[in-house]
Write a protein that binds this ligand. Structure first.
Ligand SMILES: Cc1cc2nc3c(=O)[nH]c(=O)nc-3n(C[C@H](O)[C@H](O)[C@H](O)COP(=O)(O)OP(=O)(O)OC[C@H]3O[C@@H](n4cnc5c(N)ncnc54)[C@H](O)[C@@H]3O)c2cc1C
Length: 236
């Protein structure tokens, strides 16, 4: 694992509390990672003498070696997210990585199901980009759960990706939509339950909070056996 210095090359506010940070690596000047892996920041925590470590998944394609994209939500008073939200374009930072066992497996014979909640989309975006590049003929499905309309982002990008790749299907579902929502409503677990007929040719990647991971795993187990890879961001 390397320590990288990097410059904040772009900041984009995606919603009221979600931000995308693009970091251009300076030293070493390129980064090699597997789609799905994360990098870690050491940040100060109030009232604690030692730095604390916070991991963030890489959301960009592994083909892009000179910069990485992170996407994260602000947790009020949280040391990791507050630090990253305090960065401005042009600032320098450092991180360690890449690391993690949640990465896109080489098996190109499987259809893929990705399930994410919230910013759990980060590693899954990287995996989807890598998969569509390497095996465009294999079906890929994404179920993404967000809370309400104000939490939506990257919908146009997913539409464009679906238009370019006929075997890619993306469904975003809102768990607590405001009145007027015409899209899919409910939890991602319900989508897995209702829309996945068979798991026999499937490999599944889950990322988000512990509740979703537990429920979706149980739902899949009830349908049969398939490889399930999981990244838990936090306990619910
Ligand atoms: C392998 C890995 C990769 C991760 N990648 C990302 C990523 O790409 N984007 C991202 O937003 N987060 C990611 N996380 C979570 C991230 O590391 C931090 O835990 C999160 O930013 C909160 O840290 P904090 O220090 O700001 O808050 P803390 O003081 O550590 O507070 C954390 C508490 O905030 C709540 N919470 C709300 N949203 C989140 C969230 N997204 N993640 C964790 N806790 C949350 C939880 O209840 C949790 O107990 C990842 C976690 C892991 C283990």
């Amino acid at each position: 694992m390397n320590t990288f210095t990097a410059e904040v090359s772009r900041i984009q506010d995606l919603t009221h509390d979600v931000r995308a940070l693009e970091l251009r690596v300076l030293e070493p000047a390129s980064i090699t990672f597997k789609a799905g892996q994360f990098v870690s920041f050491e940040v100060p925590k109030e009232g604690q003498p030692r730095l604390v470590t916070r991991p963030y998944s890489i959301a960009s394609s592994p083909e892009q070696r000179d910069r990485i994209l992170l996407v994260l939500n602000l947790v009020q008073g949280g040391p990791g997210s507050s630090y990253l939200f305090s960065l401005r374009e042009g600032d320098q930072t450092s991180f360690k990585g890449p690391a993690g066992a949640f990465y896109l497996r080489d098996d190109e014979t499987k259809d893929l199901l990705f399930v994410a909640t919230g910013t759990g989309i980060a590693p899954i975006r990287s995996m989807i980009l890598a998969q569509l590049q390497r095996a465009p003929a294999r079906p890929v499905t994404l179920f993404w759960g967000l809370r309400s309309q104000r939490d939506l982002y990257w919908q146009d990008d997913l539409d464009a990706l679906s238009a370019a790749h006929p075997r890619f299907t993306a469904v975003t579902t809102l768990s607590r939509p405001e009145p007027g929502w015409r899209g899919v409503h409910g939890r991602v677990t319900t989508l897995v339950e209702g829309r996945i007929a068979s798991v026999s040719d499937l490999a599944v990647y889950l990322c988000g909070g512990s509740g979703m991971i537990k429920d979706v795993t149980a739902t899949l187990h009830a349908k049969g056996l398939c490889p399930i890879y999981r990244e838990k961001y936090y306990d619910e």
